[in-house]
Each structure stands twice: as C-alpha cells, then as structure tokens.
Design a protein around this ligand. Sequence first.
Ligand SMILES: [Zn+2]
Ligand SMILES: [Zn+2]
Length: 368
Amino acid sequence: MAKVKAAVMDKVNGEIKVEIKEFPDPALEEGAVLLKTVYSEVCGTDVHLSQGQLAEVPYPIIPGHINVGIIEKINGNVCDIEGNVFRVGDVVTFLDVHETCNRCWYCLVAKTTTRCPNRKVYGITYSARDGLLGGWSERIYLKPGVKIIKLPPQLQPMDFIAGGCGAPTGLHAVERASIKLDDTVVIQGSGSVGLSAAIFSILGGAGTVIVVDPAVNRLEIARQMGVDYTIGEASEEGRVNAVLDVTDGRGADVTIEASGNPKAVSEGMDITRNNGTYVIVGQYTDAGDVSINPHWQVNKKHLDIRGTWGIDYSHIHRSVRLMAKHSERFSWRKWISKVYSLDEVERALNDVENLRVMKAAIAPNGEF
Ligand SMILES: [Zn+2]
Ligand SMILES: [Zn+2]
C-alpha cells in the first residue's frame, strides 16, 4: 500500500488532540514484521493519555498498546519463544513492552522487568516520529525483538481484544494475590481489569468470588460470567457490611483493587480479613491521596499489601492460552459494546471516559 493511515495523539499548545495522519509504507529492517491491524482497543490508559495524565509520554504518539493483527510482511526468520517460525497470514498479538534491557539492576537482580528504566511501550512511550508503533493505525511495525504470539485457532480476535490489556493485567494481579484453593476473593471494580481478575480467580481455584462496584451497570456481566456475588451498594458502609455478611463477618481472604479510585484502597483494607492479602492494581495514575489508619487497617490486621505494575511476557502468554481454552465459557466478546473506525477514535475515547461503553474496540481496516 502507498500510504498508511493512523490516528495520532499530539500535544499542541498544551492541549491534546487526535488527528488522522498518513505515513509512508515502512521498509522492514531485518527481523521486523508488518501487521495489518485487525483490532486495537481504547483502554483507561488511552483516556489518561488523552488528558496528559501520564509522565514522560513523547507526544505525538499513535495510541493502542494491545492489538491483534495479520502478518503482512516479514523480513527474515522471525520465531516465537518456542522457535515456531511466523508466516505471512498468521493472526498474532504481541507484548506491547519492548526493549526491557536485560542489563540493569531491575532486570538482572530484582528480576522485575516491569520496572526496567529502559523499557519502551507500543502506543504509550514510543513516538509517532519513530514509526507505526501503536495500534490505532492500519499497519503496525513490529521492531526486531518484539515478542509476538500467534493466537490459537480457538481464540477469535474479537474475544482477544475484548479482554484487551485488562486480561494480562488482571492475570498479573491474580498472580500477585497467591490465591489458595477455596479462598474468598473480592474484586473492587468491574472494568476489564476487574472482570479479568474475577475470571482468573475462578480459574485459580477461588471458592467464592465477589465483585464490588457502586457503578452497577457492569455487574450484570459479572453475574453472567458466574461470580458468586455482586455488590453495588452506593455507600462505603453498605459495601463493607455486604462483604462482611457473606464472609462470616471476617472479610475476604484476598481483595484485589481494580477500581482506579484511591478511596477504594481504605475500603479494600476494611473488607479484607486479618492476615489477608490486598493487591492494588487499579491505581495506574496518580488520582490523589487517601488517609488510612496504619494501626487498625495494616499493623494490627497483619495485612499483606502488594502493588502490581504493568505486565511482562509471561502474563500475556498465559492469558492468551487461558482465553483460548475458556473462550466459550466466558465469551469475552460480549464485553465489546461497539467497534469504532479510525475516524471515530475521539468518540470512542469519550465513550470510554464517560463509562458509556464496557469495552471499545478499534478496527482500523474495517470490521474483521
Ligand atoms: Zn532493564
Ligand atoms: Zn491498556
């Protein structure tokens, strides 16, 4: 193709705008792959990007960090982690995080590549000046070394993108939670991270899964998925009492915060049992401070609090495999409220920001 269309988010005089721009069809360096984009998504991070709430973003950018596409061109021999060679026509996704360095203290000693200072992320920390490095584009340029995963035939692109970045993020949170068989798990928040965490908690052996969200419109999806209880009380006291009611007055063994609201953190401590585990994954941007009582809520409670930042390759690898295995049961595609074209990305951002949609997919080349 002669020109590639992409939605570019730029900061002009302090204001962030999205415009459709044309880019040249890129020449592939050795080891690079060109994808014809099937779906990208609009996630909460994209809303934060459109409001300038993330630090160190090299605007202009092409947003869209979790994507699925068809391989259109390959230069050289490019393999997955098991040595299987990719071919033109394969339907694939890829880890948005690229160039974790494997030579810094975090990569090598702490073994926490999500905190590697050299990591670059497609759709977030790569600039549009460096090429087609985001999914809101007809084509995506996969640089050499990007970790590509072929979608198993049981996992349709629509189901994959419905889970979107919520799926590997929710899986990471559940991994941090170290759920034991028959644990009672409370999830705060019913966006795609929260619902994914609920699914992976069920698959991880939780005995009872409870989803709490005062924005009740998504709780129906949680019920359809098979969670045991949904709690939508408007007041904090009402929600805390409702959780205590169904946990014999003790609170949850594990609570996972996926709400994005700092106030949920104090509440989450109150609904977790003594010597329970509290995982925080929803505070991706700085949404402000909150006061807690360290004596009652942490120290005396013997509470184990764990933060969760980003994903590494293992999280997307395992979430793709689990989604493929359980795509019938959980039918992720039901989360998609609307598929938007490239020209409609601003509307999609607006709909996600105002919670008018559960999940917004972007189809830059038209519906698949
Ligand atoms: Zn590193
Ligand atoms: Zn995301």
